[in-house]
Design a protein around this ligand. Structure first.
Ligand SMILES: [Zn+2]
Length: 275
């Protein structure tokens, strides 16, 4: 993920984000995954911007899909240089690593996995809801687009769960339970973390995140969880969100917990199907 940060500020529609996208696609292909991009033009408060979600597929025994996702854009700032080491960078790196590990396994997974990198999660205006309307918000451009596209193409019913990562690399990692996320997914992942000795990272406190890339999916009835450190990350949306705030131990903990949770999520989905 240091490579991503080295591209500099990566707001949606920028040349820097295009370079980051090429890097992400190159990595995914080097794992042997099939990739595609979902390109579109978003109407934003600063005019139309070209955006592209990146998707990589790991085919499973079932066509039903579990999505592991992150946004890969960074927030647009004119007044300072924002490189988003934790906000955008950390979770993008973590999803790449999860994809690499799953793709390297010999056996086909029980479900098909999509690793999705959303463009345009961040608002162009300063605050999350400063611009836009509830129907056309100035945020989550990529995830809203992707969820509607799947719906239009009749593919959304293949998606059984979405695991979203955002701000997962802080050295003082503290992930609270997002109250908007699907309860059983939160319970299962936090329980797995406790069993692995990561209860100090995945803490019991509840926190209302208020919106992220999982919301468009929740709104369409897809079960989803957001693993995010928001209120206790002191450098959120500041010029100090830089690499020195990131710890490889935090990233490894999150990656390990997600990887250990996946078979349990799969089992739960399979049991439900049998009932
Ligand atoms: Zn952000």
């Amino acid at each position: 993920m240091s490579k991503l940060v080295a591209f500099g500020p990566r707001p949606a529609g920028s040349a820097e984000l295009a370079r980051a996208r090429e890097y992400i696609i190159g990595e995914l292909r080097s794992y042997g995954l099939k990739t595609w991009t979902d390109e579109f033009t978003a109407q934003t408060p600063i005019g139309p911007r070209r955006m592209a979600n990146v998707v990589a597929e790991l085919g499973g025994q079932s066509r039903d899909v579990i999505i592991i996702a992150s946004h890969y854009d960074t927030k647009y700032y004119r007044k300072f240089r924002f490189v988003g080491a934790n906000d955008g960078g950390s979770s993008t790196g973590a999803v790449l690593e999860i994809a690499r590990v799953l793709a390297a396994r010999h056996e086909r997974p029980r479900f098909t996995y999509w690793f999705v990198f959303f463009d345009g999660e961040e608002a162009f205006c300063e605050g999350w809801t400063d611009c836009g309307t509830p129907e056309n918000p100035d945020n989550t451009y990529g995830s809203r687009r992707f969820a509607s596209r799947l719906e239009k193409e009749g593919e959304l019913n293949r998606v059984l769960a979405l695991v979203l990562l955002d701000l997962v690399g802080y050295k003082n990692l503290e992930l609270a339970r997002d109250t908007m996320s699907t309860r059983w997914l939160v319970d299962l992942i936090w329980q797995t973390a406790r069993e692995m000795g990561y209860g100090n990272y995945f803490i019991e406190r509840e926190e209302g995140i208020g919106g992220d890339d999982h919301v468009p999916f929740l709104q369409k009835g897809i079960e989803a969880v957001d693993i995010i450190q928001l209120s206790t990350y002191p450098y959120w949306h500041t010029p100090e969100d830089t690499l020195d705030k990131i710890s490889p131990r935090s990233l490894k903990a999150v990656g390990d917990v997600v990887l250990a949770s996946l078979p349990r999520i799969e089992q739960r989905l399979l049991n439900r199907r049998l009932r």
